[in-house]
Design a protein. Structure first.
Length: 112
């Protein structure tokens, strides 16, 4: 079965918006690393421990996401990030058809 290509809108740290197409089933982190790949992003390579893949999900898209799991909540709580009510770690969001067209803003670089 061929996987569907999904649209992901990414706003970088400078406010520039880019639309990218990524394969269903990969994480938003992986999609960003394949295309815009900003510096100081996803340093733990998707292991949910550093919060450098932190994104702010567009308010109208946030309700489409599955709830954050305990390890993601703990990582966001214990790292110095600019957390908002729409914060998530992009390594924990798998692209699924219902997320086609989702918009995320790459959060500022956290203090390491």
């Amino acid at each position: 079965m061929q996987k569907k290509m999904l649209k992901l809108n990414v706003i970088d740290r400078d406010g520039n918006k880019q639309s990218i197409e990524s394969e269903e089933g990969i994480t938003i982190r992986e999609a960003i690393m394949d295309k815009p790949a900003p510096g100081m992003f996803a340093l733990c390579e998707g292991n949910c421990i550093c919060a450098t893949c932190h994104v702010h999900v567009a308010e109208n898209d946030f309700s489409k996401l599955k709830s954050a799991q305990e390890d993601e909540i703990e990582t966001m709580t214990t790292n110095d990030i600019s957390k908002t009510p729409f914060s998530r770690l992009s390594c924990q969001i798998e692209l699924e058809p219902e997320l086609d067209g989702i918009t995320v803003t790459i959060a500022p670089v956290p203090s390491l």
